[in-house]
Design a protein around this ligand. Structure first.
Ligand code: MF3
Ligand code: CO
Ligand code: CO
Length: 296
């Protein structure tokens, strides 16, 4: 018997459900493969992200890479989406659509890819610099990466889902950046987007007069994290306000104030002692926004 609200993934229907699936060792093996190919795809793109390249070209490269390596692009034909990657440039928060648009010197761009291997989804994204990026853009990307990693570091059995957003928010607050609330991380596995939602923000309750009872505190911190949970952490951080607007293409989300936005995403699993990241760059190029020079 598993705890209420959770279900043994082996007994769960193969679709998104309200109950949170708890996966076994076989899932971790599958997620490692899917995560690795997806991360390698993002590595492969690094030298191509230069002034003058079109986002359609990057999409083609990613699609060919996945297909050549035994992986299916999860986004292709997902809910009517017709591309392998999302390319979100400058003030685009997420779900930017690849096309003839050409990247120019000074742009920042997030590339988000999900390769499927044996049914498992490796969902991951990184920021890339295009040529010489101004310091405020570089700093936003650095802090966004740190936000993701701090969210991940909060993951262990006994912690709660809300601790992830609290860690991310606390870091973003230090820089007066805004955490996007309109999009969240998500459970994944054999399903691309599944329960639970992983919120990247944390709203402090105003004026609490006394220390919370343990049960109240636990409720506020959300569901417990249990070994075998698989989900993404993918904070979007804005230089300006948190508000987003959707463009008329039905996909592209932008900052309402058109301020710069950055995002990083890893797919992870909860282990007995903490977490495992499935989508680490095998070549250590975790933060390609430092001009492909490797992690800063
Ligand atoms: N990769 C995105 C995520 O992190 C989902 C993109 S859905 C698409 O969840 F259809 F736009 F590709
Ligand atoms: Co995702
Ligand atoms: Co993604």
């Amino acid at each position: 018997m598993v705890q209420a609200g959770f279900i043994d993934a082996a007994e769960a229907p193969p679709r998104a459900t309200n109950e949170i699936k708890l996966y076994g060792a076989d899932a971790f093996v599958g997620m490692r493969k899917a995560g690795r190919i997806s991360a390698e795809c993002l590595d492969m793109l690094i030298p191509y992200v230069v002034p003058g390249v079109s986002t359609a070209k990057l999409d083609n490269l990613a699609r060919e890479y996945l297909l050549d390596h035994g992986s299916t692009p999860a986004c292709l034909f997902y809910k009517g989406y017709r591309h392998t990657v999302c390319t979100s440039v400058n003030h685009v928060v997420c779900h930017g659509i690849p096309g003839p648009k050409v990247l120019k010197d000074g742009d920042i761009v997030n590339i988000d890819v999900t390769g499927i291997v044996d049914g498992w989804h490796g969902d991951t994204s990184r920021m890339y610099s295009v040529g010489e990026v101004k310091r405020k853009g570089l700093r936003l990307m650095d802090v966004t990466y740190e936000c993701m990693m701090k969210g991940i570091a909060a993951v262990k059995p006994g912690a709660r889902v809300g601790d992830i957003g609290a860690a991310i928010q606390a870091h973003a607050d230090q820089f007066d950046y805004a955490v996007v609330e309109a999009f969240c991380g998500h459970g994944l596995g054999r399903v691309f987007h599944d329960a639970p939602n992983i919120l990247h923000f944390h709203k402090k309750r105003p004026g609490r007069l006394r220390d919370a009872e343990p049960e109240e505190d636990a409720r506020e911190r959300g569901l417990p994290l249990l070994p075998g949970m698989l989900f993404t952490i993918e904070p979007m951080i804005n230089l300006g306000k948190a508000d987003v607007a959707l463009l008329s293409d039905g996909w592209t989300a932008v900052t309402r104030d058109r301020s710069l936005s950055a995002q990083y995403e890893h797919a992870i699993g909860v282990t007995e002692t903490g977490y495992e990241i499935f989508t680490q760059s095998p070549t250590g190029q975790h933060t390609p926004h430092t001009s492909g020079a490797g992690a800063s």
